[in-house]
Design a protein around this ligand. Structure first.
Ligand SMILES: Cc1ncc(COP(=O)(O)O)c(C=O)c1O
Length: 369
């Protein structure tokens, strides 16, 4: 189906940089620079600068960024890792893939890990915490880091949805041992396929990730450890290098769109809006997703679809209720409530003000008729 307002608009996004992207693709292919070439190194340097960290290592996805980070941190069978169920399944998969046990705690009103629940979940087996900075809003990293330090726990940030977001002026991905980023095409900075990155200030840890992403190969002949095929493609890095310079503008536009939506949807009964930009000065939010909590959620989704507006409902079945995952023993009331109420509206920078107004009027017509 062709939407009047698609959730993401890949063709329009590409057209806005067509010449630059075409040129770099041609250059890379003409040189045959496909695996771990200078574009990967440049992108890693550019990302380290952007995030204000010492090291950045390109990998093939955020899922692998987290798995490799857990492995590099020495997390193994019988270790417990605390995270949330209100996330993309990848956060939990990464824990399971390295043999550890996920311990899931509930989220608070901001959709992020409820810090009140964190300390009670710590046991003698707990080794690490994965805070998920959902929707482009960072967790309260002051409290999290102080609890982690008190209990000597490793922090690996799932920053897939939070590129450029800050807490007390520090970027997400710069607080823990590792920050894990996704450049899945729909992300704020999206590749032309899958891509990811690990950020860190720890030199040895960065070196371990470099080994793990490339089968432990060091120098010409040495295999330093068992590893994975999880390199960031050089072609993707070249495209990401072009796009990275636009990220601040794209974030700015996302924040403008939030203001327009929030203004247009204020005082609609049955709709809870996300906090506007600058409502809490400690946080700079990048709004990877614009998420409403609404009554009549499924009716709204259908109502908008009929009007050509694409929306997304993330995890309508909470992850701990997915039978195949073996997580049924967790009881997470907020996560379960949010699963019934959340809906994400289109908020990519390519949206026109007219499209945003159309979405607003379409929503108002359902709730105020
Ligand atoms: C919160 C979160 N974590 C992890 C991931 C996984 O990222 P990737 O698809 O790059 O593996 C995503 C991607 O959607 C995500 O939103």
């Amino acid at each position: 189906m062709t939407y009047k307002v698609p959730f993401v608009n890949y063709p329009a996004h590409y057209r806005s940089m067509e010449r630059e992207i075409d040129t770099v693709i041609k250059e890379v292919l003409s040189k045959g620079d496909l695996i771990l070439r200078s574009d990967v190194r440049d992108f890693e340097d550019n990302m380290a600068n952007f995030l204000e960290v010492k090291y950045a290592v390109g990998v093939n996805s955020c899922t692998d960024a987290m798995t490799l980070s857990l492995v590099a941190a020495g997390i193994k069978r019988n270790d417990e890792v605390i995270t949330v169920a209100h996330t993309f399944v990848a956060t939990i998969s990464a824990i399971v893939h390295c043999g550890a046990t996920p311990v899931l705690i509930d989220v608070g009103e901001d959709f992020n890990m409820d810090m009140e629940k964190l300390e009670p979940a710590i046991t003698p087996k707990t080794r690490a915490i994965i805070p998920v900075h959902l929707n482009g809003h960072l967790c309260d990293m002051e409290r999290l880091v102080s609890i982690a330090n008190k209990h000597n726990l490793i922090v690996i940030e799932d920053s897939a949805q939070a590129l450029g977001a800050t807490f007390n002026k520090k970027k997400g991905g710069a607080f823990g041992l590792a920050g894990c980023f996704s450049f899945y095409p729909a992300k704020i900075l999206g590749a032309a396929g899958d891509a990811g990155l690990v950020s860190t200030n720890d030199k040895n840890f960065a070196e371990k990730i470099r080994l793990l992403r490339d089968h432990g190969r060091r120098g010409k002949n040495e295999i330093a450890c068992y590893g994975f095929t999880s390199r960031l493609d050089n072609l993707q890095a070249a495209i990401l290098n072009i796009k990275l310079k636009y990220v601040p503008n794209w974030i700015q536009r996302r924040r403008e769109i939030v203001d327009l939506y929030n203004e247009g949807l204020s005082n609609v009964p049955g709709i809870k809006l996300p906090p506007p930009p600058n409502s809490d000065t400690r946080f700079f939010d990048v709004y990877q997703n614009y998420v409403l909590r609404v009554s009549k959620r499924d009716t709204l989704a259908l109502h908008l679809k009929e009007r050509g507006i694409e929306t997304i409902i993330s995890n309508p079945i909470p992850l701990h209720h997915q039978k195949a995952l073996g997580l049924l023993h967790f009881n997470l009331p907020n996560t379960e409530q949010f699963a019934k109420k959340v809906i994400s509206l289109p908020n990519v920078p390519e949206l026109t003000d007219e499209q945003i107004e159309y979405v607003i009027q379409s929503i108002r017509s359902l709730y105020t008729e």
